[in-house]
Design a protein around this ligand. Structure first.
Ligand SMILES: [Zn+2]
Length: 355
């Protein structure tokens, strides 16, 4: 072989290697991807639009949504860990061979944005400026919501190990074993976590155009966090809402509880039919927004009243009675509100209503 032919052969080889590299994700399989069976259900909502919900074989926590365009794929939210996001990308291949070029974070919470790190440098990760700030400078690993979650994992694993060891029924034992694998995988993946902020930000609105499709990313006001965005597809009349609007009650640890109902009024102004929430199944019943607004107004009033009476936050968490909302929110069993919500409302009141 001449020197020139040799150089050409090497060149062809290098190009081939570059082409074969996965474009969207790191080539290395992260720790903690072990699971049995499919990790995700891809629920088709409209042509090219899927609501992606975990099956329980892998810990994924939040939902994602997938938008398959003419030449690329957009992922909205990427779950609780690098492993969960890696498996999501792997399973997307059963739907399309188009590359994921864009990720949108609806907000900064760990169960929606901790998969960010597995996407390659060529992938745009879009989020609100506040989401970038929180993931970049907000010390995301020290945030109480995430810290509590992480600190609970060893106990959860220990508990599952004991239950597997003592369970006599073989079917129940198998279920517990699968849960144990899922919990151990999750812990292994959390150990590799590097919080990764959006590399494209917005303050109020941006629009992506993909062929005939219009994809609006909109900040409608403070609500579940100070930087929630919804992803709105006007032609398909679909909106992806993260935790700003879920199928049930949403966590309030970083919320602006008193502003949330007005921000939901802004959502109501959009012309949509289907909601793809960050937790729970997709829904079309817009009355859910009214029920949630009513709950938020009542929890704010009730907890404010207790604070005014000098009741401690622990005591208020036991006494605050929102039971009248249990018809629409079955997780409400009787009096009592999560302490995390009460503590947040007390904090907002101390700040003078949330400024
Ligand atoms: Zn959240």
């Amino acid at each position: 072989m001449t020197r020139l032919a040799f150089a050409c052969a090497i060149g062809v080889l290098l190009v081939a290697v570059a082409v074969l590299q996965p474009s969207a994700a790191q080539s290395r399989r992260p720790a903690g991807t072990e699971h049995k069976g499919k990790a995700f259900r891809f629920n088709k909502v409209k042509e090219g639009i899927y609501h992606v919900v975990g099956t329980g074989t892998l810990t994924v926590v939040g939902n994602s949504s997938i938008i398959v365009n003419d030449n690329d794929v957009i992922v909205v939210d990427d779950h609780v860990s690098p492993a969960a996001a890696w498996v999501l990308l792997d399973e997307i291949k059963s739907i399309t061979d188009k590359p994921v070029r864009t990720v949108i974070n609806t907000h900064f919470h760990f169960d929606h944005a901790h998969g960010n790190q597995i996407f390659g440098k060529n992938v745009d990760i879009i989020g609100h400026e506040f989401t970038r700030d929180m993931l970049l400078k907000g010390n995301p690993l020290q945030m109480p919501l995430y810290k509590n979650y992480l600190e609970g994992l060893p106990r959860q694993i220990e508990d599952l190990r004991k239950r597997v060891a003592t369970e006599a029924d073989s079917t129940r034992k198998a279920t517990l074993q699968a849960q144990l694998i899922s919990a151990e995988s999750n812990r292994a993946s959390q150990a590799e976590l590097t919080p990764t902020p959006p590399n494209v930000t917005l303050r109020t609105q941006m629009t992506l155009y993909r062929g005939d499709r219009e994809i609006q990313v909109r900040f409608l006001g403070r609500a579940h966090t100070a930087g929630d965005v919804v992803v709105y597809l006007p032609k398909e009349k679909v909106v992806m809402t993260g935790d700003f609007l879920t199928a049930a009650l949403s966590n309030m640890s970083d919320a602006f509880v008193n502003e949330w109902p007005a921000t939901l009024d802004e959502l109501k102004k959009l012309d949509f039919e289907t909601v793809l929430p960050g937790h729970g199944e997709a829904f079309t019943d817009k009355a859910k927004i009214d029920y949630f607004q009513a709950y938020l107004r009542d929890v704010w009033t009730e907890v404010s009243r207790l604070k005014q009476q000098g009741v401690s936050n622990e005591e208020a968490a036991k006494r605050a009675d929102l039971a009248r909302h249990k018809e629409h929110f079955p997780t409400i069993q009787g009096p009592g509100v999560p302490i995390i919500a009460v503590t947040r409302i007390y904090e907002l009141l101390d700040r003078g209503g949330g400024r």
